[in-house]
Design a protein around this ligand. Structure first.
Ligand code: G3P
Ligand code: MG
Length: 382
């Protein structure tokens, strides 16, 4: 089907389901702009998910959103969408960070990590739930070292964490995580930059190796500074405003821009997950396979097709959902198809419209909304 062609309804489908054959395909749904718009279900979203749930066609929700515990977010989504969801079929931007506490020489479980996001206290709780034991927020640092930031703190609500003991001094940070969209960019950029310039993550120090040509192996970020992780590269996302709004990707661009100025043009070394990055799709594919296994087992399909043949990624953002699915090379040979809807970031009439749907941004299909996306995929599966 060419981009732009639409299919309506999915009520007449599908033989494979009626005959009780285990489906060898599944879905991955983006949330903002596909299932929800400003926290309200997009028309057709509940019906589409309910249909798949009733017919035991596996799906996961794969979002670049975050900032809440998976259990909390899933409960909220189940209520809003009227479909039972569990953390087994849910991956948000920062969910893959939980792998970083797994056993092994590089485990960050007992290291000290800095976390930030919309509500750093919530991010701390999420990090603890993932297994990180020593978690520090920018507010902790500001309380312990008020002079670290020469301006008035932005919001007392963001910086209030009176119950948390001050971090041990001198403070050494081993990794930095942006869980979701920070609110106080100025404070966070200041502290992140300080640590990127520090000697091995010791707050308040300045590495002698920073751009010092007289020392061997020197340069920027060459002195065991903490790795900086971002969970979502979306520059824009779909909100209640008429035009897309700046997201965590804009914060990343701001940090990288300041770093470029400080270092005379050096590119910030950082690690980014979330859509469109392969690491997130790989993680999602494993979660989806395990979930599918359970869904099919519960239905008595003991001789399940070994591999998932196709996954339909339904998204509203060509730069994350579509490019990610198109670029991804599955570990088990699954075909990832990309289906673009017009209910979110991408619109036929703004930011280049159909003109941007080229190369890696070209979806397998363009449909009006999630209902049509599911109908299109079911028809294709025949
Ligand atoms: O902040 C969330 C936003 O960037 C995108 O969420 O569900 O469209 O991946 P989603
Ligand atoms: Mg979206």
């Amino acid at each position: 089907r060419r981009p732009g062609q639409c299919v309506r309804g999915f009520s007449t489908t599908k033989k494979a389901v009626v005959e009780k054959k285990a489906p060898s395909f599944a879905f991955a749904f983006d949330i903002d702009g596909v299932l929800l718009h400003v926290a309200k279900p997009i028309p057709g979203a509940s019906d589409a998910l309910r249909y798949l749930h009733t017919h035991n066609i596996p799906f996961i929700l794969l979002t670049n959103g975050g900032g809440k515990l998976e259990t909390e977010r899933v409960k909220d989504l189940s209520e809003k969408l009227g479909v039972p969801l569990t953390t087994d079929n849910f991956v948000q931007s920062h969910t893959p960070f939980r792998q970083l506490v797994d056993d092994g020489p590089d485990s960050l479980r007992d290291k000290t990590v800095l976390v930030t996001g919309a509500d750093a206290e919530k991010c701390r709780a999420i990090a603890h739930a993932y297994g990180f034991r020593n978690v520090v927020t920018p507010a902790d640092i500001l309380r312990a070292h008020p002079k670290v930031f020469p301006f008035d703190p932005l919001l007392s609500s963001v910086h209030a964490s009176p119950l948390t003991p001050s971090p041990s001094s001198p403070l050494k940070i081993d990794a930095m995580f942006v869980f979701n969209d920070p609110r106080d960019w100025a404070l966070d950029i200041q502290i992140i930059t300080d640590l990127l310039l520090s000697q091995s993550g010791h707050l308040g120090t300045y590495s002698a190796k920073n751009n010092n040509p007289s020392l061997p192996n020197c340069g920027w970020q060459q002195d065991d500074q903490p790795e900086l992780y971002f969970s979502n590269a979306d520059l824009l996302w779909s909100t209640g405003y008429a035009l897309p709004r700046l997201g965590q990707g804009a914060f990343q661009a701001a940090v990288a821009g300041v770093w470029r100025r400080i270092t005379d043009g050096h590119e910030l070394r950082r690690r980014v997950i979330g859509k469109p990055y392969g690491e997130t799709y790989r993680f999602a594919e494993r979660v989806l396979s395990a979930h599918r296994h359970e869904v099919l087992r519960a239905q008595g399909f003991h001789h399940q097709p070994d591999v998932l043949r196709s996954v339909y990624m339904v998204g509203d953002n060509p730069e994350s959902d579509i490019a990610g699915a198109n670029d991804f090379v599955s570990e088990v040979g699954t075909e990832w198809c990309s289906v673009l809807v017009g209910t979110g970031v991408w619109r036929p009439d703004v930011r280049g419209g159909e003109g941007v749907l080229k190369g890696r941004f070209k979806p397998t299909a363009v449909v009006r909304d999630v209902r049509e996306a599911v109908a299109w995929a079911l028809e294709r599966e025949g």
